[in-house]
Every structure is written in structure tokens, then in C-alpha cells.
Design a protein around this ligand. Structure first.
Ligand code: SDX
Length: 438
């Protein structure tokens, strides 16, 4: 890894005065975006911690992978705009870019595609592992269990100090996630598992594993495969979001990559994060018709009502999420291809977006549709049950998690993550025998 910002000679600093004592905090500049104040020595110098629940103003690491400008609605993977990658590239090319930092040349692309394709099968015992789940288990619960269990099958790629083993584990994760996701879907619907085919591209292979049945030949739909591939690109990475931070924190203890990715899947499941695509579609279905939108907008603005517009708002984007625009375009393409003239959920979504974007509450709080707002409409039209939506998000985000995990391990300044706290509990007190308590 190139010299980190910390290692470069610092010329800039910020001054903090604590109890009359001036403390100099080194300032590190990025290549683009906000600079950071290095508080690594603050406790030693002042006896105080910083305090930032939710990390609204805290940078947890240095990274060269993804850059987001929330005010401008910009998303760059290794400097390339998401719009250009989604328009001109494919998902495995994006995986190579996120992992290695550069777009592959034709030879590198062919080699990477070959390596990933030949790791798509899972150990045959995994199919017996699935038998332990109830058929109606939520597919995300199945993914948490089965991905964590990969460490029980692939001992030869869990030594994280070995770069070769790290790369084998990285390729295995990217390759096997679609297979496990398709197995989770097939198990849920009671159909036999479908093996991957090496002559299919990544997205087509995944759709075939989900929708092929032994009783007839599977006819790939290139429009749906392209849409699936683009959805994977849009969800591939997103800086230090909650699940990526979970993967980094798990990895900082030296945990094996399969366990770290399983931790990321668990965090992504939450409705405030990756679970929002499932929640957003359920919300659109609950609204049902355009005339009921004002009632829900009112609820979303009511402080005493916990209801939120799922698929709206973002910690970083205070402008339109660039992925949401591309997701809306993909929704229209898929509905057109499938001959779905008028999807009432899409009508509700478009009208809900129009009303929200003109409502002073949403304008003042800078709440725009995020990546999860339109994805559910597209995935439902493609035949996926809502319970599979976050699984698809996890399939795509695995490359982002694994790229960030590799970057963390290769960072010379990396150490185990161990935040501190503001303690407001009981002060020291002595034990009281039970017969003496009131
Ligand atoms: C993802 O971090 C990432 O990059 C995540 C992600 C990725 O690619 O990894 O982009 C993927 O998780 C997208 C977000 C999906 N979640 C949802 O769509 C769930 C609905 N959205 C909210 O829960 C919320 O917007 C969050 C969780 C996304 C962001 O929450 P923040 O940054 O902590 O903001 P906040 O909760 O402090 O909200 C600020 C204000 C609050 O009002 P006040 O307390 O200031 O009066 O905006 C309000 C909130 O009540 N608000 C909403 C709202 N989201 C925020 N009001 C109504 N509906 C909403 N959706």
C-alpha cells in the first residue's frame, strides 16, 4: 500500500484548547473531499475522549476505494463515476477494479472472469448444511449461517497473513455468494438446487441458478441479465457504511474472511441499512394507491410516529443518490421487457417521490430517494420475493466488503478497533448481602 496520509510529513494542524492548555491536532488532507484531524493522541494529551455516537463526523480509516460527495450526489469507485461503470462495464470488471485499483486490460479481465467462474461451486456438504434450516427461514438468516460456515469448509484460505490465501478467499467469496444466494432461494421455495454453469456470465449464471428447473431448458433473458448485472454494480461498494465498518471491525481482530463477511451480512439485514429495499417495497404495497400517499407523508413527518419513508434519506447523500436514478431507469427497462404496462407500485413510487421532493419537510431535511427506493420494484418484477431483496444486496456488496477488508489488513497503521465511551453509570459501591437489601 502507498505511504498513508499519516506517514506523510505533516505541515498542517488544528489547535484545540482544553482546560487552558493548547493541543495541536495534525491535519491530514485527502486527494479529494474533507481533510481530517488526527485525534489519535488526544486522550494521552488531554485525558479526554471524543464523543460521536453514529460516527456522524468521524473518519474510521484511510481508504482509496470509494469516494462519495453527499452534497453533489457523486459516487466514484477508484475514481470512476458510478454512472460510467454502470453504463459501459460489467460487474466482474467492477470487482476487479475495486479489488486491484485499476480497470483490467483484456488479458486481466479474461483471467479474472475465468478464476471467479471456476470457484462458483460450493462444497457438496453445503447442501446438507441447508437441510438444517426450516423451509420458511428468512433467506438472510440462511445467508448469515451458510456464509459463516464456509470457514468450516475452506481451511486453506483462512490465514489472513498470507496475501495469496487472502486473494483466494476473496475470489471464493465473490464467486460463491450467488450460488449460496440461489440455494437459499431454491430451499425457500422447495425446488432442487441448480449448479452453476461455467459458460454463463456472472448475472446470467445467478438468474439460471434461481429460476431453472429440471423439467425444462432455461432460456436466459439478456435484458434481465443486464439489469441484474447493473444492480450488482450499483450495490458493490459505498465507503464506510454500517456493514462495511462491521466487516472492518471484525477483521481488525484477525477473524477469518468468511466470518467477517457473515458479520457484514448480519449488519446489512437491518431495515435502516440494506433491509430498506425489502421494507420500501412493503411500504409501497401498504400505501397501495396514489390517493393514500398524503396520509403516509403526514406520518413520516410526525415526530410521535416512528414511521419513516423507507428508501428515503441517507447519512451522506444530502442530494439525490446517483444510484437511485440508475435504479429507476433499470426499473422502467425491466417492466418494459416484461410487458408490465402499469405497475401500481411504480405509480405509487413515482408519485411519492414527486410529492416528497416538493414537500418542505423533506426539502429542509434533504431527504431524497436512496438506492433502496426503486430496487424492490425491479426485483419484484424479475420474480424475486421481497425476502430475497437484501440477499441480492449482500451478493453485490461482498466485493466491496472484501476489498475494504484487504485494504485494512494491508494498512501498516492498522490495529484492532476498540472504541471508548462516556460512562454515566453507577460509581463504585460495595456488595450488599441479599438479606440486607430492601
Ligand atoms: C443504505 O451508509 C450507506 O452508505 C448505506 C447505503 C450503502 O450503500 O451501504 O447507502 C445503503 O443503507 C441506504 C439507506 C437505506 N435506509 C432507508 O431507506 C431507511 C429510511 N431512512 C432513514 O432511516 C435514514 O434516512 C437513514 C438511516 C438512512 C439515515 O439516518 P441518519 O443519517 O441517522 O439521519 P437521521 O435519522 O438523523 O435523520 C435526520 C432527520 C431526522 O429528523 P430530526 O430528528 O432531525 O427532526 O431526517 C428525518 C429524521 O427523523 N428522516 C426521515 C427519514 N430519514 C430521516 N424522516 C422520514 N422518512 C425518512 N426516511
Amino acid at each position: 500500500m502507498d505511504a498513508t496520509a499519516q506517514d506523510k510529513k505533516n505541515t498542517k494542524s488544528a489547535k484545540l484548547t482544553v482546560d487552558g492548555k493548547d493541543v495541536a491536532l495534525p491535519v491530514h488532507d485527502g486527494s479529494i473531499g474533507p481533510s481530517v484531524m488526527d485525534i489519535g493522541k488526544l486522550y494521552a494529551q488531554t485525558g479526554m475522549f471524543t464523543y460521536d455516537p453514529g460516527f456522524t463526523s468521524t473518519g474510521s480509516c484511510e481508504s482509496k476505494i470509494t469516494y462519495i460527495d453527499g452534497d453533489e450526489g457523486v459516487l466514484l469507485y477508484r475514481g470512476y463515476p458510478i454512472e460510467q461503470l454502470a453504463e459501459h462495464g460489467d460487474f466482474l470488471e467492477t470487482c476487479y477494479l475495486l479489488l486491484y485499483g485499476e480497470l483490467p486490460n483484456p488479458t486481466q479481465k479474461a483471467d479474472f472472469d475465468f478464476r471467479v467462474t471456476r470457484h462458483t461451486m460450493v462444497h457438496e456438504q453445503m447442501s446438507r448444511f441447508f437441510q438444517g434450516f426450516r423451509r420458511d427461514a428468512h433467506p438472510m438468516a440462511v445467508m448469515c449461517g451458510s456464509v459463516g460456515a464456509l470457514a468450516a469448509f475452506y481451511h486453506d484460505s483462512t490465514d489472513i497473513s498470507d496475501p495469496l490465501q487472502r486473494m483466494i478467499a476473496s475470489i471464493r467469496m465473490i464467486a460463491k455468494m450467488p450460488t449460496l444466494a440461489a440455494m437459499a432461494y431454491k430451499y425457500n421455495v422447495g425446488q432442487p438446487f441448480v449448479y452453476p454453469k461455467n459458460d454463463l456470465d456472472y448475472a446470467t449464471n445467478f438468474l439460471r441458478m434461481c429460476y431453472a428447473v429440471p423439467t425444462e431448458d432455461y432460456k436466459p433473458n439478456p435484458v434481465l441479465a443486464k439489469a441484474m448485472d447493473r444492480i450488482f454494480i450499483l450495490h458493490a461498494d459505498h465507503e464506510q457504511n454500517a456493514s462495511t465498518s462491521t466487516v472492518r471491525l471484525a477483521g481488525s481482530s484477525g477473524a477469518n474472511p468468511f466470518a467477517c463477511i457473515a458479520a457484514g451480512i448480519a449488519c446489512l439485514w437491518g431495515p435502516a441499512h440494506g433491509g430498506a429495499n425489502e421494507a420500501a417495497l412493503k411500504m409501497l404495497a401498504e400505501i397501495g394507491t396514489v390517493d393514500r400517499i398524503p396520509e403516509f407523508i403526514k406520518r413520516a413527518k410526525d415526530k410521535n410516529d416512528s414511521f419513516r419513508l423507507m428508501g428515503f434519506g441517507h447519512r451522506v447523500y444530502k442530494n439525490y443518490d446517483p444510484r437511485a436514478k440508475l435504479m429507476q431507469k433499470t426499473a422502467h427497462e425491466v417492466l418494459k421487457e416484461l410487458g408490465i404496462k402499469d405497475d401500481p407500485l411504480l405509480d405509487v413510487a413515482i408519485e411519492l417521490e414527486r410529492i416528497a421532493l416538493h414537500d418542505e419537510y423533506f426539502i429542509e431535511k434533504k431527504l431524497y430517494p436512496n438506492v433502496d427506493f426503486y430496487s424492490g420494484i425491479t426485483l419484484k418484477a424479475m420474480g424475486f420475493p421481497t425476502s430475497m431483496f437484501t440477499v441480492l444486496f449482500a451478493v453485490a456488496r461482498t466485493v466491496g466488503w472484501i476489498a475494504q477488508w484487504n485494504e485494512m489488513i494491508e494498512d501498516p497503521n492498522q490495529k484492532i478497533g476498540r472504541p471508548r465511551q462516556l460512562y454515566t453509570g453507577a460509581e463504585r459501591r460495595d456488595y450488599v448481602q441479599v438479606d440486607k437489601r430492601k
